[in-house]
Design a protein around this ligand. Structure first.
Ligand code: NDP
Length: 291
């Protein structure tokens, strides 16, 4: 604890996200020691009150709570491996984007070195950090979460998923899967109308309204998946959809644009219909994805 009762924290990585995390900590009065590979990137947070460590070893020695927010897990290892002896007795919180397997590997590695490990998946872009719109999935050591809680609260909401370090990246990547699926549809819609000279901003209100109207899929499909019954509450069966879906690609071809973002769904639908599930709902393709 600092003299003001605020937890001192070390932050490794001062990219866009690391800098936002440091700024949130400083704004809440937490003493921060920061390190970045490219030293010039630390000037901004130094001006706001952070202590800048010139080596990783120095940064690890400064505080018990250490947050890493680097590009990927390889860069976390590149940074921490040579200074690994300094991890003993540390509470390592890794907010770098990665996979469940990478998080579990890093948790076991940190534990062997005498550190407690908490993994995190940040569900926000840097300007959202420190606002109520931001939240972070955490999983791994509940003890680390407890000790660092005051500092972590400065970033946004805390959503702790359990002791398995792989859960935070799993949930993070599941939300990103949903997001990218949406983005794919939006990009394809703009591509198609754009091929006829329609401005994206003109079409945007129609697209927004339509996507909002189709939102019921999210909860309806969740119920069908949990019950395993894809015949329940079917509003448009998959046989009908599989027959109409090729028109999306044909229209794109006629208009001289690509439909490659959508192509994989056609094959899933066709296989599901061929297997005798034509009367069911689209979400039944999950049975193929589950393998
Ligand atoms: P940036 O590209 O802005 O920063 C990358 C950081 O990683 C820099 O500090 C960079 O150091 C460091 N770095 C990269 N490679 C190495 C290496 N080999 N050795 C040492 N340091 C290295 O990324 P962000 O800050 O935006 O993202 C950080 C993490 O947060 C990522 O995992 C990202 O996926 C995640 N995230 C980002 C979001 C965003 O919207 N920005 C949203 C949610 C999560 P240097 O300055 O020396 O290059």
């Amino acid at each position: 604890m600092s003299e003001h009762g605020k937890t001192p924290v070390t932050v490794l990585g001062l990219g866009a996200m690391g800098t936002a995390l440091v700024e949130a900590l400083l704004a809440a009065g937490h003493p921060v020691t920061a390190w970045n590979r490219t030293a010039s990137r630390a000037e901004g947070v130094a001006a706001k009150g952070a202590t800048v460590a010139s080596t990783v070893t120095e940064a690890l020695a400064a505080n018990e709570i250490v947050i890493a927010c680097l590009l990927d897990y390889d860069s976390v290892h590149e940074v921490l491996d040579p200074a690994a002896a300094g991890l003993a007795g540390r509470q390592l919180i890794n907010l770098t984007n990665g996979t469940p397997g990478q998080a579990r590997e890093m948790g076991a590695w940190a534990e062997e070195l005498g550190a407690d490990y908490l993994d995190g998946g940040i569900m926000a872009v840097p300007p959202m950090i420190g606002t109520p719109a931001a939240f972070i999935f955490y999983s791994g050591s509940g003890g680390v979460l407890g000790r660092a809680r005051m500092a972590l609260d400065t970033f946004g909401g805390v959503n702790y998923l359990g002791a398995d370090p792989g859960l935070a990246p799993l949930y993070d990547l599941a939300l990103l899967s949903g997001m990218y699926g949406n983005f794919i549809g939006v990009i394809q819609a703009y591509t198609l109308v754009g091929s006829a000279g329609v401005k994206a901003s003109e079409f945007a209100p129609l697209l927004r309204g339509w996507m909002e109207a189709m939102n019921g899929f999210l909860d309806r499909s969740a119920e069908q998946i949990d019950s395993g019954d894809y015949t329940n509450d079917v509003v448009s069966n998959i046989a009908m959809q599989a027959a109409a879906f090729p028109n999306l690609a044909k229209a794109a071809a006629e208009q001289g644009v690509s439909a490659e973002l959508l192509a994989p769904l056609q094959s899933l639908m066709d296989r599901r219909v061929a297997a005798g599930h034509g009367a069911e709902d689209l979400v039944g393709v999950i049975e193929i994805l589950k393998k």
